[in-house]
Design a protein around this ligand. Sequence first.
Ligand code: SAM
Ligand code: SF4
Length: 344
Amino acid sequence: MLDRFGRKITYLRMSVTEQCNLRCRYCMPADSACDVSCRGMADDMNGCFLKNGESCSAGECTGIGSGFLTQDEMITAVRAAASLGISKVRITGGEPLVRNDIIRICDRTTAVEGVDEVCITTNGLILTKYAEELSRAGVKHINVSLDTLEKDRYAYMTRSEAFGPETVLEGIEAALAAGFEKVKINTVLINGFNTDEIEDLAELTRKYPVDLRFIELMPMIKGAFGPEAYISADEVIKRLKNLEKAPDDGVARMFRLPGAKGGIGLISPVSAHFCAECNRLRLTADGRLKPCLHSKEEYSVKGLDEAGMRARMEEAILAKPEKHPKLAFDSLSEAGRSMNRIGG
Ligand code: SAM
Ligand code: SF4
C-alpha cells in the first residue's frame, strides 16, 4: 500500500515482547522492568516484565499480561499486513528470544502468504540455544546487537554483570553455523564509550562473514545521555581510513575493509534521517501501530479481527508523516515510549 507521500509500505517491525534480559542505558530506564528477571534462562520464562512493583519468582510466570497481543493476534496482524502488501517482517522487542514460544511465532510468521522475508533482531545472549531452530523456522536474516568487546563496558551499558561480549560472540558463531542468509552486527555509537573500539569492532568483519553496522545513538530516554554522547556515523569513516565503498543496503551506507569477509555499514538516523525512503510500519507488543518511530501517534489493533486490523493498518499507513522533527539531544524523540516498548 502507498502512503500519502507515495511511499510503498512493505516492511513491518513487530515487537513480540517488552521484556529483556538486559537493561541497556540508551534503550530503557533502569526501573522499568522486573528486578527478579530470570534473564531469559528459565525454561518457561514468558512474562516476568512486571510493573507496579509486583514481583514474581522465576518459573512461575503466568504469561504475557492481558494488555499484550497474544500469539494468535500477532499472526492475525501479520496476515492483515501481508494483505496490504507487506512482504518483510522483522521480529524484535524487547528481547524476542526471552519468549518461550518464539520459534512458534517465527514458524507461523514465515508461513503467512505474501511474507517472503522474516528477520529477527536479538541481543544474542541466548542465541546459541535458538540459532538452529530459528533458521529451520525460515528466519533468513539475523541482526545481533553488540556495542563493545570489553566486559566491564558491556556490564556498564547493559546494567548486567551476568553476561559479557563473549556470550554474544558465541551467539554470532552459532548463527553463522546455523546457515542464515545474512548475519549482521548492530553497534550503537556512543561517544566516550566505544569510539576507541571502532577499529577493533570493524575487525570482526575480517574474522566473520558478517556486516557490522554502526548506528547513531538516538535520544530516546530522558536523562540517559547528553549531547556529548552523540557522535555522527561519519566519525567511523575518519577512523577507518582504508575503507572501500560498497553498494548501499537499505538505509545503511556500506563500505568494506580491504580483504574483509563482511561490510561496514553506517546508519545515520540523527545526522541524515531517511524519512523519504521510509517503508516501515511498527507494531508494539501491546498492540499499537506506530506510523512513525518518533511520533506519539498510535493505533490499537488489540482485540480486533483480521478485517479490523487491516482497516486500522490502512489508517496508520495513511497517517505516516512526511518526516519526523529533527532529532537532537536537547530535545528527546517524540516517540513517547522507550525503545524496548517500541521495538527497535
Ligand atoms: N533486544 C534486541 C537487541 O538489542 O538487539 C532487539 C530490540 S533492541 C530495542 C533493537 C535495536 O535497537 C538494538 O540494536 C539496539 O541497540 C537499538 N537501540 C535501542 N535504543 C537505541 C537508541 N537510543 N539509539 C539507537 N539504537 C537503539
Ligand atoms: Fe534489551 Fe535490546 Fe533494549 Fe538492550 S537494546 S535493553 S538488549 S531491548
